[in-house]
Design a protein around this ligand. Structure first.
Ligand code: FAD
Length: 324
């Protein structure tokens, strides 16, 4: 009967969808094996987080607040999460594989001296946990069986399906984050975000990405227009980023962002292994490429062998008509 704890990530009060995906999966495991699903929230005002967590199947939400937790600080937040685990002994602590989660998870695991599995895409329980994660830039999967009583597991956004199950969590239970008298070695003064107002790649349900096939920076607007019409995020291959056509924050792949949207539209991208490493777990992949032998077609669910300069304006037009 495993108790499954899920870290509910927020920045400036904005809650990350990956938390509800992890809670949905935790609920499915708890329903099949017994045990409870717990949300863990750090920061001010846990009320929305608790209501949402309850909607997706959390039995309880534990929350801690205080000055040291008001903005993200890895030392304070990892201390609080490790403290929570020491008191409540969950069998697993799931943390979204976001920029924050990738920073936080290993620090929590180090404080607990327990197993840490990063970038997981699957979770099974059969007396113990078996955690699936991609290796060799997504070419293979490995199933990891942690040997410690608790394990900290980073979960890729969109690896699990959302399901509203209705758990018992209504009001958050507060816990002591154990930060009294802590002398933080570094404090975060402020965050500056880039790409204001646009859909963030790792949260996006739809991504339209452009590769070297767009020919020049002036044509990236074709990608942005389709993305905007679909309510999607705009991504890019490294070739486009290295050429300075768009900012690195758009890069998808091994050395960029790992994404797993419901729909990924790759335009003028050849499908190099390093690009696939960042997007091959997308639920549906559409490739537009004028070379019928481009490797991207091996992973694509739908392929359009055509010139993207013909396809993109027509597609944007049609989507616009349907949406309006
Ligand atoms: C250590 C390492 C890390 C890397 N990390 C990343 C990473 O994170 N992300 C990443 O993307 N790459 C990464 N790369 C680079 C990767 O190997 C490829 O070089 C890169 O992905 C190629 O980008 P591309 O597909 O846009 O360009 P290309 O490989 O040049 O492909 C362009 C494609 O556009 C098509 N095309 C051309 N004109 C048109 C047209 N008019 N209409 C339709 N199709 C057209 C062509 O047929 C071709 O298939 C990495 C490489 C290394 C060595």
């Amino acid at each position: 009967m495993p108790n499954l704890a899920v870290f509910i990530e927020q920045r400036d009060g904005v809650l990350k969808k990956v938390a509800w995906q992890m809670i949905s999966e935790a609920r499915r495991i708890a329903d099949a094996n017994g045990g409870e699903v717990w949300g863990v929230f750090l920061g001010q005002d846990a009320s929305t987080a608790t209501a949402e967590a309850g909607k997706y199947g959390a039995d309880k939400v534990f929350a801690a607040s205080g000055d040291a937790l008001s903005t993200y600080n890895s030392e304070a937040w990892s201390t609080a999460l490790a403290g929570f685990c020491k008191i409540n002994n969950p069998d697993i602590l799931m943390i979204g594989s976001t920029a924050m989660g990738k920073d936080l998870g290993p620090k929590v695991a180090a404080k607990l001296e327990c197993a840490c599995v990063s970038d997981a895409v699957g979770l099974k329980f059969d007396g113990g946990f078996e955690i699936r994660r991609p290796i060799f830039a997504g070419k293979c999967f490995t199933d990891v069986v942690p040997k410690t009583a608790i394990s900290v597991v980073g979960i890729r956004p969109n690896a699990f399906v959302l399901e509203e199950k209705g758990g018992a969590a209504t009001a958050a239970e507060t816990f002591d984050p154990g930060l009294d008298g802590i002398d933080l070695k570094a404090v975060v003064e402020k965050f500056e975000t880039s790409g204001g107002g646009k859909v963030e790649l790792t949260d996006a349900e739809i991504i339209v990405s452009g590769g070297r096939g767009i020919k020049g920076p002036e044509n990236y607007q074709l990608i942005e227009k389709l993305a905007e019409t679909l309510g999607a995020a705009a991504g890019a291959s490294r070739a486009v980023v290295d050429a300075g056509w768009v900012d690195y924050s758009h890069q998808v792949g091994q050395t960029g962002k790992t994404v797993g949207p419901n729909l990924y539209i790759a335009c003028g991208i050849s499908g190099a292994i390093q690009h696939l490493a960042g997007m091959s777990s997308s639920k549906c992949i559409v490739a537009i490429n004028k070379d019928a032998n481009a490797p991207i077609f091996k992973v694509a669910d739908y392929g359009i062998v055509a010139d993207l300069f013909d396809v993109l304006p027509a597609l944007t037009d049609e989507v616009g008509k349907i949406r309006s």
